[in-house]
Design a protein around this ligand. Structure first.
Ligand code: KG4
Ligand code: ZN
Length: 354
């Protein structure tokens, strides 16, 4: 039974984890996540600081993950490391360390695409989150709607034309004076307000949701969130001018979140219907959003479709999901060329256009 160490340093979490077993029965033996809180001071991730923090955290994180799992580096079957996409300086810390550790202990290193990791996160907690399924990957950097007939085969249905969903949450949080990262604060604030009614000031137009759209149209699955962000900006300015921002902040948050959720739920429903799937898998930091999970389940459960979402710990960036995806790639026979490098942007391996 292979034992795989995962290493994740693509953004602002320094993480190491050990996963063992088979693709059908994976066990999470340890997971250490060092979150770089320093970026809160700047309202966003500062790449140079992220790299330096990874340098400080990588050795203790890996040591702790190995000792918690009760395994020595030389007893590992593989080391899986995120090599793309992400901040290049941050990725380089993880990939260089993984290569050094692998070379020192004679352990093969498997490069893993960060988004494939997010797809595997749910699988670690739900054995039934197995292909075929519809996947919605919603993080700070990505918004992808995929049809997944099998692991390693990712049919791209749609993506965002501009801002990622998490990015929209973070920017709107900033406009509302909420802390970074903004997803959770917006969700908490939105939960205290009623759903704005259609036609009222804080009901925002649902982007890219033409009723007449058909599967061949680009906007059938694609999303766009930058116009919504601008609409929120105008709403905030207007409230400021009238001196009602403090009273209206929760309703603006609710109006924004409802708009995002309605759009995502509609797109997922279209994907499920077109490909006749019975399972939906959520991944990425925005998958933590309970209102999104509840809305999806409410829309799809009556049709016998089950939605799976990872717990917050595994929804946001972590090395357990990288180890899980690495286990899949390792069992499939993949080994990294010793010269493999880190890449800021790179397509998901196995992704194809519909
Ligand atoms: O997957 P992730 O940890 O990092 C990236 O790969 O980007 O996602 C982080 C994103 C942030 O934009 C954060 O605001 C968002 O996930 N997020 C949420 C929630 N928790 C985190 N968005 C909406 N609702 C949440 N509860
Ligand atoms: Zn991520």
């Amino acid at each position: 039974m292979p034992r795989v160490l995962g290493i994740e340093t693509s953004c602002d979490e320094t993480s190491a984890a050990v996963v063992s077993g088979t693709l059908e029965a994976m066990t999470l033996d340890s997971c250490v996540i060092l979150s770089q809180d320093v970026h809160r001071l700047f309202g966003g991730v500062v790449p140079e600081i992220a790299s330096r923090q990874h340098l400080i955290g990588i050795v203790p994180a890996v040591d702790a993950a190995l000792s918690e799992a009760g395994v020595s580096a030389s007893a590992l079957d593989a080391i899986a490391v995120t090599h793309a996409p992400g901040l290049v300086g941050a990725l380089l810390v993880g990939t260089s360390y993984a290569k050094g550790l692998g070379f020192a202990h004679g352990v093969p290193v498997v490069p893993v695409h960060h988004l494939e990791g997010h797809l595997f996160a749910t699988r670690l907690e739900h054995a039934e989150a197995e292909p075929p399924f519809t996947a919605l990957l919603v993080s700070g950097g990505h918004t992808l709607l995929l049809d997944v007939p099998a692991w390693g085969q990712y049919r791209l249905l749609g993506r965002t034309r501009d801002d990622a969903v998490g990015e929209a949450f973070d920017k709107v949080a900033k406009l509302l004076g909420l802390p970074y990262p903004g997803g959770r604060p917006i969700e908490q604030l939105a939960a205290t307000a009623e759903r704005p009614a259609y036609g009222t000031p804080y009901w925002f137009a649902r982007p890219m949701l033409r009723k007449a759209a058909t599967p061949g149209d680009a906007d059938y699955f694609e999303c766009s969130f930058s116009g919504l962000k601008t609409a929120v900006l105008h709403a905030v300015r207007h409230a400021e001018q009238r001196g009602t921002l403090d009273a209206d902040r929760a309703m603006i948050a609710r109006g924004f979140q409802d708009t995002v959720i309605d759009t995502l739920v509609a797109k997922v429903e279209r994907a499920v219907r077109l490909h006749r799937r019975t399972r939906v898998v959520l991944g990425g930091g925005v998958a933590c959003n309970r209102a999104l999970q509840t809305a999806l389940a409410a829309r799809l459960a009556p049709r016998g479709i089950t939605c799976f979402a990872p717990t917050p710990r595994l929804a946001t960036d972590n090395a357990a999901m990288i180890a899980a995806a690495g286990l899949f790639r390792f069992v499939a026979g993949e080994r990294g060329d010793p010269a493999f490098s880190a890449h800021a942007a790179r397509p998901l391996p196995g992704m194809f256009e519909a």
